[in-house]
Design a protein around this ligand. Sequence first.
Ligand code: RWZ
Length: 370
Amino acid sequence: EHPLELKAAFQLKYFRRSNVATPSSSSEKVCYELLKLTSRSFAAVIMELVDELQKPIMVFYLVLRALDTIEDDMTISNDVKVPLLKDFHNNLKKTDWTFNGNGPNEKDRVVLTKFDQILSVYHSLKPEYQDIIKKITREMGAGMAKYAEDQDFNLNGVKTIKEYDLYCHYVAGLVGEGLTKLIVAAKFGNPSLKDRLVLSESMGLFLQKTNIIRDYKEDLDDGRTFWPQEIWGKYAKNLSDFEKLENLDSGLFCVSELVLNALGEVKNSLIYLSMVYDHSAFNFCAIPQVMAIATLAEVFENPLVFKKNVKIRKGTTCQLILDARTYKGVLDIFSHYLRVIHHKCPVSDPNYLEISLKCGELEQFLEELN
Ligand code: RWZ
């Protein structure tokens, strides 16, 4: 038997909201501008959120974006970076903190040079929301500091699947946890979501793992890698071997196993989505998930993964956003792309049996919900 919410959510229709943000102060206006500058896609879904959640989630996003912009900047030495990351949550107690130490080419440096504007909006939020944002910022900053200091991680990347999940927890699972706590505090989701953080963890991990698979080439060119050695080590001696055409088959087998690993998060994500009541919050949560399953189907068996970051088509993205408005629409999207993956998998793939089993299991789970 499935939780009642699954049945209930299935019946609901979600409609897009027609009103837009009406900033009531100059700092709010600056924040909406920063949001648009740093992510057009995130800005669009955040703008559609109900008023109660719009500012908290916007501030949460901008604070994490600021943290991320420090972590990402290789022109900042570790002596400066590590304490900055560890103490970042303490800046939220201030009203005037800004940071001008990013390299001139850091594209999101403006989020830090105008951080006082973000602080002004942060302090206007309900204390409950401020606490959620601060706690996640503290944990993520600590996690980022840990990885910045980890010589082995910076030289060799992620070793085991367990380490892979832990890295994804810090950079994405925690985001899911914070969003869930904000959604539940605003009474727009089932209160038991707060006690089932494994569900929000899967929401974050599904997105992060998909990005990591897709970004192979870009990350390799930047001298980093997040693919876990426990997986790629079965298929190559060095991760860069997959770039060579003669290793294409083993590269694609490796992608299969990574996709199989990511599909492990799907069940929890679908249960999570059934527990989000508010239509705008549902959209906000569902859109990235449907984009992720479409991306997994796109990278699966796709040699271009080793040449560039494979993106889904613009038109596909638009259709996905429209279809993800209902829970049934989301289930149909997942059914479709799982079938695409299932069909693409060649019998010669060493993961063929497990992929078939996983896709079959998920297709059955989806059917039971229908
Ligand atoms: C909706 C419950 C959005 C979970 C994870 C989804 C995304 C990948 C990117 C959680 C600002 C975007 C840059 C947060 C730091 N993780 N993460 C539910 C979710 C935000 C910057 C980018 C991170 C980073």
